[in-house]
Design a protein. Structure first.
Length: 312
């Protein structure tokens, strides 16, 4: 076996994070069910670089020191769903050329009837992209919550079956607010009888802290078998124009208890890539975002190292 080539990204990671080894890539096995979930790539959500073309976004992400990317392939995304077959291969080539893993994509797919769903999953399979985030589901006023849950169960089962067909894992993000999945218990009820190899939760500790306060460890435990990918960002509550509002912050400037969170992640053996979100306000300039994103990336790696989740 040939030795692994040291990429520019590997060098930057080693130099800037004081010797912390960058997480290795996911194995190349064709099926998500057989993948090595022990690898913990930190991937920037390229929504935050979407004003750049693929080559510049790839160069920026590599310069900052990320291990990979999470590409939005959805309406208004870096790639529009109707262009996925043509543009996702081009994007993947650009990011991989820069030494980055394409860890996952983010989609609007919430059922087998979603526009361009099957073409997108087939393209993922062909490109060996293992994970995607699904689109959201909503509780409508015309139906009770109970009736909606019973409607969502077969819908997500059909989606899990299509994921199995193409060898990919689809994960529903728990998002705070009036969304299905925000309380966590509802999401667990809908997917609890499905195969976690093919469908699950893209767990977001920021959103669960908003909704769950100090109860989030219970819901993390409940969903842990279904968590193959996670999301990281921070927030705090503050008064804006006389009203309490959620204010997005740099990592470690908000309310998320990352130390406690990663202790629980380790306890439950949750692995897989991390999608790093940067929702706080900033100018769309490379010179502006680079130090901000480096700050958050170094903070995250420090928490992972402290929890024993990164090799040193």
């Amino acid at each position: 076996m040939e030795p692994k080539k040291v990429t520019r990204r590997d060098f930057i990671n080693t130099a800037s994070v004081a010797g912390i080894a960058a997480a290795a890539g996911i194995s190349g096995d064709a099926l998500a069910a057989e993948r090595d979930h022990k690898k913990r790539n930190i991937c920037i959500f390229t929504k935050h670089l979407q004003w750049m073309d693929f080559d510049e976004a790839a160069d920026t992400a590599a310069e900052i020191g990320f291990d990979g990317v999470d590409i939005p392939v959805r309406p208004g995304g870096h790639i529009l769903p109707e262009n996925a077959v043509e543009e996702l291969p081009r994007a993947t080539e650009a990011f991989r050329k820069a030494g980055l893993e394409v860890c996952m994509i983010t989609t609007g797919i919430n059922g087998v009837d979603s526009p361009h769903a099957e073409d997108t999953l087939k393209t993922m399979r062909d490109l060996d992209i293992p994970y995607y985030r699904t689109g959201y589901l909503h509780f409508g006023k015309e139906k009770s919550i109970k009736d909606s849950l019973e409607e969502f169960r077969p819908r997500l089962k059909e989606l899990a079956d299509m994921n199995r067909q193409y060898g990919v894992h689809g994960a529903y993000q728990n998002h705070s607010g009036p969304y299905f999945g925000a309380p966590i218990w509802d999401l667990w009820y809908v997917i609890k009888d499905l195969d976690p190899r093919w469908i699950g939760c893209q767990y977001d500790i920021r959103h669960n802290t908003v909704e769950g306060g100090k109860s989030w460890p219970m819901t993390l435990e409940l969903l842990s078998p279904y968590i193959k990918t996670t999301v990281i960002k921070d927030f705090k509550w503050g008064i804006v124009d006389g009203k309490w509002e959620i204010i997005n912050t740099l990592m470690d400037e908000g309310m998320v208890d990352f130390g406690a969170y990663y202790a629980e992640v380790k306890r439950h053996g949750i692995q897989g890539p991390i999608s790093f979100h940067h929702e706080y306000p900033h100018e769309r300039k490379r010179s502006v975002v680079t130090p901000l994103f480096k700050h958050d990336l170094l903070s995250l790696r420090a928490h992972l190292k402290q929890a024993g989740l990164l090799e040193t």
